[in-house]
Design a protein around this ligand. Structure first.
Ligand code: UDP
Length: 230
């Protein structure tokens, strides 16, 4: 376990993360899995509720070059990056029954067309009054995995608040993964992923996200200070 800005991130490889999810599915008890990139860790550093939720999660995987860098910088042995999008794709290929909840109308549905094992979809725009119906739909689909793409920290808070009502063994916060799976947002080419530049690609492709880039240098600075104060 690597403690980064107060959040315990699991030092797992992709293979170990998949194994853990499979174990959780067998155990059947509803659980939260989070994918922590630098942006999420930055939000958690000033959102105590999110930080507590992450520290109660069944697993927090190191999503993103920034998280792996921070773990190494703080002296932890973090084997590799476990990108949320890749984790989800790997699990879907294993034919677990999955429910897609999140993104704009039609997006999760389009993403689901690629996977015969998706047993239900629901867009991510709803009011409090819609929630009982959403939860009963999810429960009647009898899924192994619930993917929730409402953005950070909304998705983690939603899962945590409803964990006692949801009858699904593994609930994963997946951010914009449905947009990627639907083909609406492109992932960086492999060479850019290998060069740890996926964040730059996203900012160039979606200029509306460029403002979020400032979170990265802030993250580096904050991790550096947290090391000094230890
Ligand atoms: N979204 C949603 N409901 C909301 C707010 C956002 O379903 O109330 C979706 C949005 O359409 C997008 C995803 O949540 O598909 C957030 O994507 P983003 O890439 O911003 O995720 P993050 O960076 O937070 O992981």
């Amino acid at each position: 376990m690597a403690e980064i800005l107060g959040v315990n991130v699991d030092c797992v490889t992709m293979a170990q993360a998949i194994e853990k999810v499979e174990l959780l599915i067998k155990q059947k008890k509803p659980s939260l899995v989070a994918t922590a990139n630098a942006e999420m860790l930055m939000i958690a550093s000033h959102d105590l509720q999110l930080k507590n939720i992450l520290n109660l999660a069944a697993m927090v995987v190191p999503d993103g070059a920034g998280t792996v860098w921070a773990a190494h910088y703080l002296g932890y042995d973090m084997p590799e990056r476990v990108a949320g999008c890749d984790l989800v794709t790997n699990l879907l290929k294993k034919n677990y029954r999955a429910y897609f909840f999140g993104a704009a109308e039609g997006v999760a549905k389009k993403a689901a067309e690629k996977f015969p094992n998706v047993v239900g979809v629901r867009n991510g725009f709803f009011s409090k009054d819609d929630e009982p119906k959403i939860i009963s739909d999810i429960n009647s689909a009898n899924a192994d995995i619930l993917l929730v793409g409402l953005g950070v920290p909304k998705q983690e808070k939603w899962i945590f608040d409803n964990l006692d009502k949801i009858n699904v063994p593994v609930c994963i916060g997946v951010g914009g993964t449905f947009d990627v799976l639907a083909g609406n947002v492109k992932r960086a080419p492999e060479w850019m992923q290998r060069a740890k530049l996926e964040w730059l690609f996203r900012a160039l492709l979606q200029p509306s996200r460029a403002g979020r880039l400032i979170a990265l240098p802030k993250f580096v600075f904050k991790v550096h200070n947290s090391k000094k104060s230890k």
